[in-house]
Design a protein around this ligand. Structure first.
Ligand SMILES: [Zn+2]
Ligand SMILES: [Zn+2]
Length: 241
């Protein structure tokens, strides 16, 4: 009998999504079948937030955009998100980011790759994790975006290059109202790089809320000479709130 057999007997794993006991899943919070059936965004998707659009929604539009993102000009060229921040996706993310379950990184990163298209990664020279301030990273012990980017790098062979630095601490986006969120990341990031910058990069972060953080990162990268900036995230909050 293995140690885990007795542990499972004493502390059975109950899926927080379906309420069933399970053996194989994500840590002790989510069964594999709930994780596998996360409803993912399918093409066509809004190019600025990754949300699915009805198949013919933008046949005549200048850009494939959801109503929230509108027709405005953005620095981000393309965003891929796995799905809306709810249900099993939310439970998995919560365990990963807030309950110290770093081991979930490969499941989350695998989902980010399988829910995107090969074309999204084509020609990408570097993966750039969205940085935390040094202070926050010390507090938390790790940066979830770096863990995800590292896993994606291993699976895709695209090198990880942490060329962004956070120079101004700001409040966590998820704790703020919409107006504050839009202002919050301004001036918070800087490019740090020795040597030439890549021309095509994908930013990696765990959640897209208003997109303000990713936009600010994309702006800084483009001003430094990067030509194309995409972003890969695990979850997208269902509405721009
Ligand atoms: Zn389940
Ligand atoms: Zn959108």
């Amino acid at each position: 009998m293995t140690g885990s057999f007795w542990l499972d007997l004493l502390f059975p794993k109950i899926c927080q999504r379906c309420g069933e006991g399970f053996q194989n899943g994500l840590s002790n919070i989510l069964c594999r079948s709930c994780f596998d059936s996360i409803p993912a965004y399918e093409d066509p998707v809004c190019d600025h937030c990754g949300m699915s659009l009805p198949a013919r929604a933008f046949e005549d539009a200048r850009l494939p955009r959801c109503r929230d993102c509108g027709e405005g000009d953005y620095f981000l060229d393309k965003v891929r998100a796995v799905g809306p921040y709810e249900g099993a996706l939310r439970i998995a993310h919560h365990g990963f980011k807030f309950e110290g379950m770093e081991s979930l990184k490969s499941d989350l990163a695998g989902k980010m790759i399988s829910c995107s298209t090969p074309a999204f990664w084509e020609g990408v020279e570097s993966l750039v994790p969205v940085p935390l301030s040094a202070e926050r990273e010390r507090e938390r012990g790790y940066n979830p975006a770096i863990l995800l980017a590292d896993e994606i790098s291993k699976a895709t062979d695209i090198p990880l290059r942490p060329i962004l630095k956070k120079i101004k601490p700001n409040k966590p986006q998820m704790s703020l109202g919409r107006e504050e969120r839009l202002r919050n990341p301004k001036g918070a990031y800087q490019v740090r790089s020795e040597g030439p910058l890549p021309l095509r990069v994908v930013l990696v972060d765990d959640v897209f809320t208003t997109g303000a953080t990713l936009e600010e990162c994309a702006k800084v990268l483009k001003k430094a000479g990067v030509a194309w900036v995409g972003a890969a995230v695990f979850g997208r909050t269902p509405h721009h709130f």
